[in-house]
Design a protein around this ligand. Sequence first.
Ligand code: C5P
Length: 405
Amino acid sequence: MKTTLSLTNRHIVVGVCGGIAAYKSAELVRLLRAAGAEVRVVMTAAAQSFITPLTLQTLSTHRVHTDLLDAEAEQAMGHIELARWADAILIAPATANTLARLANGLCDDLLSTVCLASRAPFMVAPAMNQVMWENRVTQENIARLEAREVLIAGPGVGEQACGEFGPGRMLEPEQLVATLSSLFLSERLAGLSVLITAGPTREALDPVRYLTNHSSGKMGYAVALAAADAGADVTLISGPTHLAVPPGVRRLDVVSASDMHELVMAHASDSDIFVAAAAVADYRPGSVATQKQKKGASHVELKMVRNVDIVAAVAGSTPAPFTVGFAAETENLATHAQDKRRAKSLDMIAANLVGADQGGFLVDDNALEVFWEGGHKSLPLASKTCLARELIGLIAGHYHARSAA
Ligand code: C5P
């Protein structure tokens, strides 16, 4: 299991409840930021009696979220946006009261609502008097949360603020930060090589001009990060983007579709899984002028020639990796996506509607419909990071099922 701290650029919602350990949340937020995470803090009403929002605002460098029904706060970043923004939620300290409300699906304040509205992985650091911790009701609530894959960190055993000795101390902030990275890391793709394309391509017209598209590369980069988190050896072949290389990922830069094709084919036979997330230009100018073309004529005609379909070429090669394509469609999503999957002999295709208010190019959120032979799964609107993790989960499941068959 990888143990490196992988919090660079991760979006962490820190929930703070009303217990004396709330004073340690300040150090927790500071450490998360120092580990590279972006932090948004949500405080319950009781938490604000122990530590001021201003302290956590200063350390997180963002306004602290406290109210569910505050029109102004909702306008800035509402509870659904906050839930979607989160790559992980960490509640520290988590009181018996908040644990009970979460275990029962209550959503009567901002923190519980954000938790209920998010698909992000989720960790709680209980902190309470030892009798409250050992109470059967609390233990039943903890068991219910564990059954829903909530990671329970602690509590530690020791001196308590109430003068008693026993289990109920919140784990130290350093321990919580170290444990948080295990929320992201798994071994689902350990030992496997994953090749991914991302971003747009540029098709040159002359030395200064080119044709391209609006792809930001965000989806492909998120898939690369999710694959690295799952323990894979990841190579990302990227067209021009402004994005940073995700931690643990090897990036190779290309410009044109032809460059991308050449580099992908050089790596494909050594890869177990290929995910084609790049928005590759289908056509390129038939000839590239060696000098900058001068204006003068009232119109010019451009002759374009077809680029190689990279994902189809990989799927048709021997031995072919488990191959996943993307499809952006404006209508009849299921029919067009499944037709495209069959035509290109793909194992899986992740399709999204474009032109609707559904996310897509340039934005941080998206929704995907994933198809394979005889099956389908909807991944509803979420951050591209969250979707990428879910997509990698699906790919890993299908890859291993195929290998076992
Ligand atoms: O056929 P269409 O371009 O809609 O298919 C999109 C899928 O094909 C994406 O996965 C994209 O990365 C891939 N593709 C490719 N090479 C091309 C064009 C598209 O790999 N020349």
